[in-house]
Design a protein around this ligand. Sequence first.
Ligand SMILES: CC(C)(COP(=O)(O)OP(=O)(O)OC[C@H]1O[C@@H](n2cnc3c(N)ncnc32)[C@H](O)[C@@H]1OP(=O)(O)O)[C@@H](O)C(=O)NCCC(=O)NCCS
Length: 153
Amino acid sequence: MVKFVKANLSDIADMQNIVGDSVEDGAILRRSDDEVATNIRSYTLAKSGDEIIGYLALHIHSLRLAEIRSLIVSERYRGDRIGSRLVKIALQEAKELGVKEVLVLTYLPHFFKKLGFIEIPKETIPEHKIWTDCIKCIHFPVCNEISLIYKEE
Ligand SMILES: CC(C)(COP(=O)(O)OP(=O)(O)OC[C@H]1O[C@@H](n2cnc3c(N)ncnc32)[C@H](O)[C@@H]1OP(=O)(O)O)[C@@H](O)C(=O)NCCC(=O)NCCS
């Protein structure tokens, strides 16, 4: 059975181990251990027993806006709805925190559209996001990621 729990600092080594290929192909951004530690309260893990099999972060940008980052499911667990469940948990967390909009930048717009996200023009994403994150990406500045937003009713 898969359980969903908040991360703690002792999880970071295992979290870094499952991102391998997805970092190399640019689907998710490599984050240093220190950066993950600083933001550890943002992360929700999917666990099978003691094994971390997926996670994501809900990063708060501002009074209105949060962002889903670093969504990953271990290859052998893909297709079992774990990714969808992680996103739904993050959206619920955002709602409880009073966040009105949740942004994601992704190469998988259909995955997020099925979960209620709508596509938005890239020009509307906050500038500090570009300068703190995008600049670290292997695809910067020519990026084909799609921006989508989920709006709380
Ligand atoms: C994206 C990812 C987290 C999805 O996790 P998952 O647990 O396999 O996804 P789910 O089982 O919840 O899939 C839900 C739906 O999305 C579709 N989907 C999932 N991954 C997909 C992909 N890579 N391409 C196209 N569709 C995909 C599924 O087919 C399913 O469709 P359905 O509702 O018609 O059956 C996982 O593939 C992954 O870790 N990918 C590498 C990292 C990455 O790209 N992260 C996204 C960064 S924004």
